[in-house]
Design a protein around this ligand. Structure first.
Ligand code: APR
Ligand code: PHB
Length: 390
């Protein structure tokens, strides 16, 4: 088999890239080691920045999002039970869209099928080869048969645990990492959300987040220990702790109901530089991870692949490698700003195990400063809605 661009991984990074390449007439093939149902079923975040909404529009994939997505013009911060609002629309002129990543994936897979974009599911032992040469290829096993895809370039969109970054020699990558000493215990429940907008809460017991998937489905998180056992968190205990942390303004509006998903997610900041090795490029979680506090994960995958698709299009239409050569530096410029924002937002909203009384006072002072300063609110808001691409 031969194609121009071999894409490893059919998460948001791989699928958005494939749609962009298709739109620009550049052939590609996606190799995904799981099934469509598995990839589509993974519960992830659900806040789309304007660049992601615009991309769905320009790819002709926005009809359902326009109908079912919720446009949010603000977010709320609760500090020890007292709540205030950041009016993102007023401060920045932009909004965000609440539309679950699972919904995005459903729309992307559906359209990929309709457009004839080739996705090979359940590709086992995918391995990029000869990325230092001008004839790279990817091998994999399909139904016990060894297969090979020759290509011009390979893009690793295979997430944090994928093979692409792992196949780059360690001495060719710089790794920057912070693992946080806590996790998020999250639930999904078919109950109306407590508030029409998100609430990020800093409470002496730890962080809490009130989010949603729709007007009838709520998504809530509370900060927990990394080794928290789900059996220790029956729904009632979760609801009690959530209400305490969200505070007396919100607690009466929390509709309780049975959760149908409950899991603990670790929090990590991670960047691998550069995002290219020879003819292998990295995009999305394969190159970087942010803690979920800023809701940036999928949006960063989107900005990476927009840059990459432009660069490939330039290569095939103008025979110029300028965009490809600039890709890593351009993508990383935006990635590092989102890393900073996600790290900072995590830092002011979570309870850290080693936190002394002075550090706690600094957290509260910073949150009070945000509450009282339009300048500080603007800084938060412009990062939350997403910084410009270039
Ligand atoms: N071979 C083929 N496919 C692989 C391999 C492999 N060795 N390893 C992983 N994959 C697939 C996974 O099954 C998954 O479908 O690559 C895909 C990676 O998808 P994500 O982990 O979602 O990564 P990305 O597309 O970069 O998404 C970025 O979306 O899912 C969220 O948390 C993620 O917010 C982040 C954003
Ligand atoms: C979510 O709805 O899952 C969500 C929302 C905002 C975040 C993180 C997760 O910052």
């Amino acid at each position: 088999m031969r194609t121009k661009i071999a894409i490893i991984g059919a998460g948001p990074a791989g699928l958005f890239l494939a749609h962009l390449l298709y739109q620009n007439g550049v052939d590609c093939v996606i190799l995904e080691n799981r099934t469509r149902a598995y990839v589509e079923g993974r519960v992830r975040a659900g806040i789309l920045e304007q660049i992601t909404v615009d991309l769905m529009e320009s790819l002709g994939l926005a009809a359902r999002m326009r109908r079912e997505g919720l446009v949010h013009a603000g977010i709320n911060l609760a500090v020890d039970g007292k709540i205030f609002r950041i009016d993102m629309a007023d401060l920045t002129g932009s909004t965000v869209m609440v539309y679950g990543q699972q919904e995005v994936m459903h729309d992307l897979f559906g359209a990929a099928l309709a457009r004839g974009i080739t996705i090979i599911f359940e590709a086992a032992r995918v391995q990029p080869h000869e990325v230092d040469s001008s004839q790279p290829h990817v091998n994999w096993r399909e139904g016990g048969v060894e297969r090979r895809l020759d290509c011009d370039y390979i893009v690793g969109c295979d997430g944090f645990h994928g093979i692409s970054r792992a196949s780059i020699p360690a001495n060719s990558l710089n790794i920057y990492e912070r693992v946080y000493p806590f996790g998020w215990l999250g639930i999904l429940a078919d109950v109306p959300p407590a508030n029409h907008e998100l609430i990020y809460a800093n409470h002496a017991h730890g962080f809490a987040l009130a989010s949603m998937r729709s007007s009838t489905r709520s998504r809530y998180y509370i900060q927990c220990a990394l080794d928290e056992r789900l059996e220790d968190w029956p729904d009632e205990r979760f609801w009690d702790e959530l209400c305490l942390r969200l505070g007396p303004h919100t607690a009466p509006h929390v509709a309780r109901g049975p959760s149908f998903e409950k899991s603990v997610a670790p929090l990590r900041s991670f960047v691998a530089e550069p995002m290219r090795h020879g003819r292998l490029f990295l995009a999305g979680d394969a190159a970087h991870i942010v803690p979920p506090t800023g809701a940036k994960g999928m949006n960063l995958a989107v900005s990476d692949v927009i840059l990459l698709a432009r660069a490939f299009t330039q290569f095939y239409t103008k025979n110029s490698t300028a965009g490809l050569d600039a890709y890593s530096a351009s993508a990383l410029a935006r990635v590092w700003k989102a890393e900073r924002f996600s790290w900072w937002f995590t830092g002011i909203t979570h309870r850290f195990p080693e936190m002394d009384s002075f550090t706690r006072k600094m957290q509260l002072a910073e949150l009070n400063y945000i509450r009282s300063s339009r300048a500080a609110q603007t800084t938060l808001a412009e990062n939350y809605v997403g910084l410009p691409l270039n």
